[in-house]
Design a protein around this ligand. Structure first.
Ligand code: 13P
Length: 249
């Protein structure tokens, strides 16, 4: 049985007062009766603040990116061990905004995936196709290639300590979410690809859906067999909407 995970990717948003109030709102809406897990992924400068606010709570903490290197002369970069030092257990790798705006290739994403695990973090590997790729009927090929690059670099066993997030690029921040059928089809394909390498690992890995998840579409997405939760952008910036999505899980 895979536990649902609801992760809030705040992207480059937030101020100290907003974050204090958001975390307060999240904590006040947590329900100890529910098995679903909640995670927040703040911008780097706010991680120490969020870590202190989350101390002794079940809310998980992660970073939005990391360097593929362990330390050294990499101005502006943040290493996995720095994130681990602040109690982050997770880190996004390969978010489509990093792939598109920072030119990250699947090979570089795979290096970051390996670096995250070397620092003791669980990578959340983001994959997804653009609208052009979907319209050209290339979704399975694109997503399969993004997953395949990481299997090749890290090995299938590495997926026993990782999360996958399917985020169709055309659904991110557009209000146009994938239908449950569209999402389930790709999630099942990702699971089949991993299961072909190792059935146990494929069966256990959590695959999140991301892309315009809102309180009113979350329940039908999370009801799909291979959708194990959500990676939430815009709706994670307000405790009310984020935790309504958690309730739906
Ligand atoms: P939105 O929920 O704002 O579409 O963003 C999704 C996302 O990119 C999460 O990583």
């Amino acid at each position: 049985m895979r536990n649902k995970l609801i992760a809030g990717n705040w992207k480059m948003n937030g101020t100290k007062p907003e974050i204090r109030s958001l975390i307060g709102g999240i904590l006040s809406r947590l329900d100890p009766e529910r098995s679903a897990e909640v995670m927040v992924l703040p911008p780097f400068p706010y991680i120490p603040l969020v870590q202190s606010l989350l101390d002794h709570t079940p809310v998980l903490l992660g970073g939005q990116d990391l360097s593929p290197h362990a330390s050294g002369a990499y101005t502006g970069d943040v290493s996995g061990s720095m994130l681990a030092d602040w109690n982050c257990g997770y880190v996004l790798v390969g978010h489509s905004e990093r792939r598109a705006l920072h030119g990250e290739t699947s090979a570089q994403v795979a290096e970051k995936f390996v670096a995250a695990q070397e620092a003791g973090l669980q990578p959340i590997l983001c994959v997804g196709e653009t609208l052009d790729e979907r319209e050209a009927g290339r979704t399975r090929e694109v997503v399969g290639g993004q997953i395949g690059a990481v299997i090749e670099a890290a090995g299938i066993n590495a997926f026993s300590r990782a999360v996958v997030a399917y985020e169709p690029v055309w659904a991110i921040g557009t209000g146009q979410t994938a239908t449950p059928e569209q999402a389930q089809e790709i999630h099942a394909g990702i699971r089949a690809q991993l299961s072909a390498e190792d059935a146990t690992i494929g069966g256990r890995v959590r695959i999140l859906y991301g892309g315009s998840v809102k309180p009113d579409n979350a329940a039908e997405l999370f009801a799909c067999e291979d959708i194990d939760g959500g990676l939430i952008g815009g709706a994670s910036l307000k405790a009310e909407s984020f935790m309504a999505i958690y309730q739906a899980a």
